[in-house]
Design a protein around this ligand. Structure first.
Ligand code: MN
Length: 263
């Protein structure tokens, strides 16, 4: 059964989809990778990036043409048993009848387009959304923690690809590929009236970037209320991003403890 034939989604009736497995499970991903992905879900919830919605994926450690993503559920509730393997057409390998995320095509097409990307976070984190709808005020790096945003963050306009009556969701490969083109070589793309997609060369760094994309949006909104912000230059963004990348574990270890309720 193809993804299209198996979809239960249609006319905005459902936020989930039930799709038959493609039936050729590969060598299982490392349990360490799967556990880390489950933890990433919990951290993103605890740090205010995802709520009942949003998702995080990681490229399969033994099959670079596959990726791992939870089944359709709230990120805070994800455990290792909920992680499903997918191909780049958005077909599940081992969903076994469980519903999957409608917007899995975001992950599939970004992994297809960007061999350097090992992890993708898609969220509707609340401070970021305003920057997606006020096009005269683009999201830009306000401090050294968010230099990975680069000079300016691209903003995906779904009307250019799905007209003006869409549900704004990335529900097929064509829209996923269009989003991946807008992302280009950047680390973050806004999605107008919807949220953002953040990518990184590791899972931990993708979580870090997702958290600090939200922090940056909050700080930038505050700064804009005071006056005209002086943003990082392209060089400052590049240098600070390279520096902070070596400190990711410091944040991760703390976030892990907090997500596990130990702080
Ligand atoms: Mn979404």
């Amino acid at each position: 059964m193809t993804a299209a034939a198996g979809e239960t989604h249609g006319e905005g009736k459902s936020f989930t989809s039930l799709v038959a497995d493609r039936g050729d499970a590969s060598q299982p991903a490392s349990p360490v990778v799967i556990e880390e992905l489950a933890l990433a879900n919990h951290i993103l919830f605890r740090e205010g990036v995802v709520d009942g919605f949003g998702h995080v994926s990681v490229r399969h450690d033994k099959r670079p043409d596959r990726f791992l993503l939870a089944r359709n559920m709230a990120p805070a509730l994800v455990s290792a048993d909920d992680i499903v393997e997918f191909d780049f057409d958005g077909n599940p390998v081992n969903a076994k009848g469980r519903t999957i995320y409608l917007e899995r095509f975001i992950h599939a097409e970004v992994f297809r387009a960007r061999p350097d990307v090992m992890s993708v976070v898609h969220s509707h984190s609340p401070a970021v959304v305003p920057f997606s709808v006020v096009k005269s005020s683009p999201l830009r790096p306000i401090c050294h923690m968010s230099g990975f945003l680069g000079e300016e963050v691209p903003n995906f306009e779904i009307r250019d690809h799905a007209g003006d009556e869409s549900d704004l969701l990335i529900t097929n490969s064509r829209l996923g590929a269009a989003l991946a083109r807008t992302l280009g070589g950047c680390n973050c793309a806004l999605m107008r009236g919807h949220g953002s997609t953040v990518v990184a060369p590791t899972l931990k760094e993708a979580v870090f970037r997702a958290v600090y994309t939200e922090v940056n949006a909050r700080l930038q909104s505050e700064a804009l209320r005071l006056g005209t912000p002086d943003y990082l230059t392209a060089g400052e963004a590049r240098t600070s991003a390279a520096n902070i990348a070596s400190q990711i574990n410091r944040a991760w270890d703390f976030w892990r403890m907090r997500a596990e309720g130990k702080l």
